[in-house]
Ligand binder design. Sequence first.
Ligand code: GDP
Length: 297
Amino acid sequence: MAFESLSDRLQATMKRIRGRGKVSEADVKQMTREIRLALLEADVNFKVVKKFVKSIQERAVGQEVLKSLTPGQQVIKVVQEELTDLMGGTQTKINFALKPPTVLLFVGLQGAGKTTSAAKLAYYIRKTHNKNPLMIAADIYRPAAIKQLQTLGGQLNIPVFSLGDKVSPVEIVRQGMEQARANHHDLVLIDTAGRLHIDEGLMDELEQIKEVSHPDEVFLVVDAMTGQDAVNVATAFNDRLSLTGVVMTKLDGDTRGGAALSIRSVTGTPIKFVGMGEKMDALEPFHPDRMASRILG
Ligand code: GDP
């Protein structure tokens, strides 16, 4: 499971401080040193770690803790709150269009999980918000991508708009949007191509797709297993496309979790959903507070 070793380390640190009737500055120093190491080991961005540890330090030796009757528990509360804050504070909901259709654009590198996540979200939103989705297959470069989306659409009984792989993605999206309006779909999910690396051609194309589809959400799909790289990718995509949210996939895997902890702080973009497996129902809204509780045990 994700966060396992981070969780173990932080829980050990918290256990040591929990029952304290008195917390000295030296205790706090020791604790923040341990937290710092645990976060760095979990591959959290070092600038993020620095800022995080500083706020804990300041708050943990502050009045609210020293005056409390249970300073040990109070310190843990501070860590829990800061961890929640780091991941974006409150849960961020989907931004639905006032005038339908709501358009969700999925971008990201190849293999991140765009196609899978687009289908999962179509399924999830249909169930939770009673929408009538259309998926647009605009990844014409990866040979199996269109077929994959059609197969998933078939399983979920969600229509897929495709013009094959000989028409430009921008044109596919333009016509797909027309079809969505004509057939009264109130939700459109656009699966785009990813490359192995960020390149100019890809970014130009995505910008054009954005222009013709006016998305309400631009979701970057990133693989949690790629750690720091996920954060770099997010920064690059955010610069060009102004992301509105992140879908972090493969949190069911053996990831150290650093990307989930850094991405909001570095890019300002909240994680909105997490992928927890390959199945279509393995997608969850991201709750920073719940994730913080899970990590601290
Ligand atoms: P794309 O190239 O970005 O469209 O990536 P795909 O949607 O084809 O996903 C790549 C692989 O990752 C596929 O084998 C998916 O089943 C798998 N995958 C996607 N999301 C998750 C997830 O949350 N957990 C796990 N374990 N696998 C995932």
